[in-house]
Design a protein around this ligand. Structure first.
Ligand code: ADP
Length: 548
């Protein structure tokens, strides 16, 4: 082996603080606008943000926080949370974003597992902190993200963030950081077993942000204004807090108000061009604009992921409001973005129906992510759009190990996502199900997502979930659980008829049950595990009378 001829280029590490430093220096006057928990709207610039993030870094160092130590956050999307992202990672610590929607016991488990030194929290979560603090003895201090005037009354001894910052002057140089060191930590929501930590590095975070900013991914630029409706406590708001400074995009933070009216007003007043969020949030937004009879004057596109984008929603955004809904897929273990459903030059020349069918899928991988589907024997399956198998991925922003767990989750160097998917000749991936949510009827698989998407296309359906129900003959048969659209009294029979001609006969659910609401996980997805428990004893009419 001969020694390679090395390139003669600078070895500049890819670090998280370099993103904010870039925005501060080159887009110094670009705004960050935040709806505050205190009730008002706060505005400042990337330059202001960097100064305060540096003050936080100084404060953490003064508190004795050391390289690699974890700092927890329990906070909504807002400028102080953004400062926490950069102030922690920028001084070599790790920003551990905690999902406040989890059960307190689970949060305590996460704080203790991560061994958080300090926890920064929005005042909304003061009662939660009072529950957590006695269970988390290793946390040295709890810091409320507010000023002295707004400090909540609490049983826990907490300090104010603004008082902490006021002791520092911000005259601080970001220290050199090894790009492979950890910058942030995020636990999976634990819908399956105990939450597991994905520990991102500076390098993986910057590469993910670069790729996510590309025109055929989220597509951010300095002419855009982005509003992440996906929370910063859920996989780093899909990387927006990193991608926006990288591209110099104006950033609008909605705080805790994620209802349709609040989001619409913020989108309009700040002239937002791009948003990101889960389908449930967009359902609320679309319902509001429909009822209020209003239009979007600046919004051009919205990236929808976290769970499947119902085709009806995609069409509603496009045909009703001229907004391009881009379907995306990813997971905590992937930082999270993996695929996005944008078309290439040739695909945009195809008949409209075919274009729509492509855009309804979860999309193609963008540079950095490779994916494949494999069968039960581990062999790769063809990309023909019909064969489905376990989806495996790899890339520089995919985990290699879970935090504090040495067992490798990888199979032949690939990460098994737990999703089942098809990939077509165009390289467009379509999630059929999570492997444990698939319904196996007489040895053949039925996609619960497909069944749900059709139900949601019925005007009488507000939300729908499809789960497997035990069946004496077929082992499992699909049961549809539906929340009715207010004012529309759709019947069981009408819904079942709605499936005719849309799917194979044996895919049509055996029964429909109407409920007032469906259970959701802490990340807003349908809680299929809980639903299956709730309907464990449900007897399908076909099981009762021996029909098939
Ligand atoms: P959790 O902790 O619930 O796994 P994640 O946010 O990491 O939280 O969830 C990732 C999972 O969410 C994926 O593996 C997939 O099952 C589901 N998911 C994400 N985006 C989509 C999508 N566009 N369509 C269908 N499922 C999706």
């Amino acid at each position: 082996m001969t020694t390679p001829l090395y390139g003669r280029m600078m070895d500049v590490p890819l670090t998280v603080p370099s993103l904010l430093a870039h925005a501060s220096r080159h887009f110094g006057t670009t705004e960050i606008v935040s709806k505050r928990i205190e009730g008002d709207v706060h505005r400042y610039t990337y330059r202001d943000c960097e100064k305060r993030a540096k003050q936080l870094a100084q404060a953490l160092i003064a508190l004795g926080v050391e390289t690699g130590e974890r700092i927890g956050t329990l906070a909504w999307n807002g400028y102080r949370h953004l400062e926490a992202y950069y102030g922690t990672a920028g001084c070599g610590a790790v920003c551990h974003t905690i999902n406040p929607r989890l059960f307190p016991d689970q949060i305590a488990y996460i704080v203790n597992h991560a061994d958080d030194r300090y926890v920064l929290f929005d005042i909304t979560f003061a009662p939660l902190v009072d529950v957590l603090a006695p269970q988390c003895p290793n946390v040295r201090g709890w810091v409320a993200l507010t000023d002295d005037v707004h400090m909540p009354r609490m049983s826990t001894a907490a300090s104010s963030y603004e008082a902490l910052l006021a002791q520092q002057d911000g005259a601080f140089d970001w220290p050199p950081i090894d790009e492979r060191s950890a910058s942030s930590l995020c636990y999976t929501s634990g819908t399956t077993g105990n939450p597991k930590g994905a520990l991102y590095s500076h390098r993986s975070t910057v590469l993910h942000a670069l790729a996510a900013s590309l025109p055929d991914a989220v597509g951010l630029s300095a002419r855009d204004c982005v509003l992440p409706a996906v929370p910063m406590f859920h996989v780093n708001a899909w990387g927006t807090p990193y991608a926006a400074p990288l591209t110099g995009t104006k950033l609008v933070m909605p705080g805790k108000d994620l209802d349709g009216k609040s989001l619409y007003e913020l989108i309009e007043t700040e002239r937002v061009t791009c948003t990101l969020g889960v389908p449930t949030v967009w359902l609320g937004l679309l319902r509001f604009v429909e009822e209020a009879g209003v239009r979007f004057s600046s919004l051009k596109r919205t990236v929808v992921g976290g769970s499947a984008l119902p085709p009806a929603m995609l069409r509603m955004f496009r045909d009703g409001y001229g907004v391009e809904a881009i379907h995306g897929w990813g997971m905590t273990e992937m930082s999270p973005l993996g695929t996005l459903s944008t078309l290439n030059r040739e695909q945009t020349q195809r008949p409209p129906d075919e274009q729509l069918r492509l855009r309804e899928k979860q999309g193609h991988a963008f540079y950095g992510i490779d994916m494949k589907i494999v069968g039960e024997d581990g062999r790769e399956l063809p990309w023909n759009g019909t064969t489905f198998g376990d989806l495996h991925v790899r890339g520089p922003w995919v985990i290699d190990r879970y935090y504090r767990n040495d067992a490798s989750p990888l199979v032949d160097g690939w990460f098994p996502t737990g999703d089942v998917a098809t990939i077509d000749q165009d390289g467009f991936m379509r999630i059929t199900d999570r492997s444990k949510d698939l319904i196996k009827s007489g040895g053949e698989w039925i996609s619960s997502i497909d069944i749900e998407n059709i139900a949601i296309g019925h005007p009488g359906v507000a939300e729908a979930a499809c789960i497997a129900c035990p069946h004496p003959k077929w082992a499992q048969r699909p049961l549809l659980v539906v929340v009715k659209q207010p004012g529309n009294d759709v019947s069981r029979e009408a819904l079942l008829r709605f499936y005719e001609g849309k799917v194979a006969k044996w895919w049509i659910p055996d029964d429909v049950v109407f409920v007032d609401e469906l259970p959701h996980t802490a990340t807003g997805k349908l809680h299929k595990l809980k639903l299956r428990e709730l309907f464990r004893d449900h007897v399908l009419p076909s099981a009762r009378d021996g029909r098939n």
